[in-house]
Design a protein around this ligand. Structure first.
Ligand SMILES: Nc1ncnc2c1ncn2[C@@H]1O[C@H](COP(=O)(O)OP(=O)(O)OP(=O)(O)O)[C@@H](O)[C@H]1O
Length: 340
């Protein structure tokens, strides 16, 4: 970093520090905000590159040592948390980001970092309920299952017992301990300022999603209706309702019926088993996506923005489109298509 600081662009070997330095100099010399776009195929190294850019900007724009925990430290420290909830194993990358991230680093007139904001978008919601071998769901689920006492408290066990995780037989990552990663995620939450009460609520919600995924339906007495399938489903339904802290019958009705508003009034229509499964999965995806957004908001509140900042550098890490021979999702010809 020392070498690249202030060196004319192109003089030293190509390096991401050279790009970050050129961007910082341009911002200081012209007084204009800059953007750095990091793009590439999945696994190309975008996320790692983004972290290096942030490290460099911290190096040139960081505050003097001795300050309390700085904005830049907090932004860097939020990475493990975002990765636990937004990254997953894919065919290409054991730690693939399944969301786009725009980090805005704000500077004061003297070129010191004064605030930051993280914006995320396009989280891959479908992964919460559907995965293919040898991919994995989001890391946080496996971490929670390996958390010992906490997993017991929420009646979780090995990931192979949960439909949202056992669609792929890969539960472990090479050289990574799920239990240790769980502790790291907890520490990252402490650093970001998430209270222990909120941490409990976050993991309770994850456990509820896993139990929700194990609820199965069988045809009810009425035409095109559905009921819980057996005792196992009743148990998971009860667990999901307890963990979501809602009424079990209300949750069941939400999954097995649809309310339609007509001119004559409200009609409650029963759903068949397939439609009930779709409702279940839609609920799981929505809850997870909102939890993720809540986490990002929390990180932003802790880091703090500088609303008076006139200049900033934006770093965009936009996820790569996987280039497969066949990159389409196939749906049975009689099913509606969902894009999410
Ligand atoms: N500069 C680097 N030095 C060493 N290893 C690297 C570097 N950049 C990336 N890697 C390796 O490549 C892997 C994939 O990198 P990264 O997660 O940054 O890719 P990505 O482009 O963000 O992928 P995705 O779009 O799937 O999120 C990393 O886990 C790491 O092992």
């Amino acid at each position: 970093m020392e070498q690249y600081k202030g060196a004319p662009f192109g003089e030293l070997s190509p390096h991401v520090f050279a790009v970050a330095d050129a961007s910082y100099r341009a911002m200081m010399n012209d007084g204009q905000s800059q953007s750095i776009l990091v793009s590439g195929e999945s696994g190309a190294g975008k996320t790692e590159t983004t972290k290096l850019i942030m490290q460099y900007l911290t190096y040139v724009g960081g505050r003097a040592a001795g300050d309390e925990r700085t904005v830049e430290q907090q932004v860097l420290e939020s990475n493990p948390l975002l990765e636990a909830f937004g990254n997953a194993r894919t065919v290409r990358n054991d730690n693939s980001s399944r969301f786009g991230k725009f980090v805005e680093i704000q500077f004061d007139a003297s070129g010191r970092i004064s605030g930051a904001a993280i914006r995320t978008y396009l989280l891959e919601r479908s992964r919460v309920v559907q995965i293919t071998d040898p991919e994995r769901n989001y890391h946080c689920f496996y971490q929670l299952c390996a958390s010992g006492k906490d997993a017991e408290k929420y009646k979780l066990g090995h990931p192979s017992h949960f439909h949202y995780l056992n669609q792929s037989k890969v539960y472990e990552l090479d050289g990574v301990s799920n239990a240790e990663e769980y502790m790291k995620t907890r520490t990252a939450m402490d650093i970001v300022g998430i209270s222990h009460e909120d941490q409990e609520a976050i993991f309770r919600t994850l456990a509820a999603i896993l139990h929700l995924g194990n609820i199965e339906f069988s045809p009810g007495k009425e035409h095109d209706s559905s009921v819980l399938k057996g005792q196992k489903s009743s148990f998971h339904m009860q667990m999901a309702a307890n963990l979501f802290m809602c009424d079990m019958n209300l949750l069941l009705a939400t999954l097995c019926t649809r309310t339609i508003q007509t001119r004559e009034g409200i009609i409650i229509k029963a759903l068949d088993c397939n439609a009930a499964v779709s409702s279940r999965d839609a609920l799981a995806k929505t809850v997870y996506a909102r939890l993720f957004d809540w986490l990002v908001d929390k990180i932003n509140t802790t880091v703090g923005q500088d609303l008076n900042s006139q200049i900033q550098i934006g770093v965009l890490d936009i996820y790569g489109f996987e280039c497969f021979k066949d990159n389409r999702i196939k749906f049975p010809s009689n099913s509606p298509m969902f894009f999410d």
